[in-house]
Write a protein that binds this ligand. Structure first.
Ligand code: PMP
Length: 432
């Protein structure tokens, strides 16, 4: 039987064998067959700089991850119904990174599953159903997770908004209702939660909780003003709800100055959700909560996930967190992120269509605009594709898809950052 191997044939086979909404990046897609740290290699062995993928948190093909996975697969890969030291060791390692009030871990297989579980925990603990969440958020691909993901349910073809969900304006102080020149903007954005709470109460759903990506990513790499979450959390708690921090994109040192985004916001979430980077590519999701919330969920119905918390997953997750520490990757994110931010600021000063540059550590966004200040998705698509021609992978985000997203593995080095800025400068020059 003919087995396709050329890029063209693989692309055709993919179109035949998979659903049409399985998206593919770039006008000229890349086929990648190997990775090393923050470098990727195509079928011809050509190198690409990976300035986009956050899943390979400690780098593609890390030898310590290879070794620990191989070692565990040689021994046993089994579920949580048997005792194993890897499970408690992984829990201890995660808990050592979190505030003291978060004491109970649940291991699942993805960020989606962890958010789905967060929804169940919030409802079990409060007895209420309603959820408040910022517009344009994304929390996963299952029925429940889509219901709290405006990015999915609010699109043409989406399932629409459930009446137990209340959306609040995303706290975007570049383009939103309250700008950076307004010192009260954090409070004003937070006040938008009041009518959302009132509406849920009026409809009889009550308030089970509030869920937000600590720094909204698909919303456009937004850094909500400091004080925003503290004010929101106070309102949600006063209404009886629990506060869920989705740290899937922001956690584990990416932000440089902070291990988790909620530290910047100076809040103590009731539930923290982790995913993507925590397995470095191995499917793994983690939820951590308080003893009280865990007790409410422990209501006689067994909680079990066949693969969640497997011996293999736990050893890989533990190794990822250990590598972040051993290789000082959080500090590298701070340093290289600072270098990138400085470079991007010079590009903003040079090109009118760079409207905003924002981010923290290696979580960065560049908002591209037209001369009238409106969103410029066409420039964004051009730049992203031209960067790919120069073999640098970046992404795009935002409700209008006009925000360049730079979010590399934490191993990225100074000369890579210099190359990103140099090539971006060249391509932005082409746009002019
Ligand atoms: N939350 C956030 C903030 C995410 O970015 C994602 C994935 N993009 C998810 C949840 C869902 O995670 P997964 O795809 O692993 O289910």
């Amino acid at each position: 039987r003919y087995v396709p191997t050329s890029k063209h044939d693989i692309r055709e086979a993919r179109q035949q064998k998979f659903g049409g909404n399985l998206s593919l990046s770039y006008a000229d897609p890349v086929m990648l067959v190997r990775g090393w740290k923050h470098h990727l290699f195509d079928e011809w062995g050509r190198p690409y700089l990976d300035a986009y993928n956050n899943v390979p948190h400690v780098g593609h093909a890390h030898p310590r991850i290879q070794a620990v996975a191989a070692d565990q697969l040689k021994r046993i890969n089994s579920n949580t119904r048997y005792l194993h030291p890897a499970q408690t060791a992984f829990a201890d390692k995660i808990l050592s990174k979190l505030p003291d009030h978060l004491q109970v871990c649940y291991f699942v297989n993805s960020g989606t599953e962890a958010n789905e579980l967060a929804l169940r925990l919030a409802r079990a603990h409060t007895g209420a159903k309603g959820m408040v969440t910022p517009d344009h958020g994304y929390h996963g691909n299952t029925t429940g997770a889509v219901d709290i993901s405006a990015y999915k349910f609010n699109k043409p073809g989406g399932v629409g908004q459930s009446d137990w969900v209340e959306l609040v304006e995303i706290a975007d102080d570049y383009r939103g209702s309250f700008g950076r020149d307004d010192p009260m903007r954090a409070r004003k954005f937070a006040d938008l939660v009041d009518p959302a709470i009132a509406s849920l109460q009026r409809k009889g759903h009550g308030v089970a909780g509030f869920i937000a990506e600590t720094f909204p990513s698909v919303g456009g790499q937004i850094i909500p003003p400091k004080g925003y979450l503290a004010a929101v959390y106070a309102k949600i708690r006063a209404a009886g709800g629990v506060c869920i921090a989705d740290e899937v994109q922001t956690g584990l040192g990416r932000l440089g100055a902070y291990y988790f985004g909620f530290e910047f916001q100076e809040v103590l979430p009731d539930i923290v959700v982790m995913g993507k980077p925590i397995g470095n590519g191995h499917p793994l999701g983690v939820l951590v909560t308080t003893r009280e919330i865990a007790a409410s969920f422990d209501n006689g119905i067994e909680f079990f996930s066949t693969f969640g918390g497997s011996t293999l997953s736990c050893r890989i997750g533990h190794e990822v967190l250990q590598i972040v520490d051993d290789e000082n990757l959080q500090d590298n994110a701070r340093q290289i992120g600072g270098q990138l931010m400085a470079g991007l600021k010079t590009l903003q000063a040079k090109y009118d269509y760079v409207g905003d540059v924002r981010g923290m550590g290696l979580f960065l966004g560049v908002e591209l605009i037209r001369s009238d200040g409106s969103e410029a998705p066409e420039i964004c698509a051009y730049v992203k594709n031209r960067m790919r021609d120069h073999r640098i992978l970046i992404g795009s985000e935002g409700p209008k898809d006009n925000v360049l997203k730079i979010r590399p593995p934490l191993t990225i080095e100074a000369e890579d950052a210099a190359m990103i800025i140099e090539v971006l400068d060249h391509i932005l020059g082409e746009v002019a």
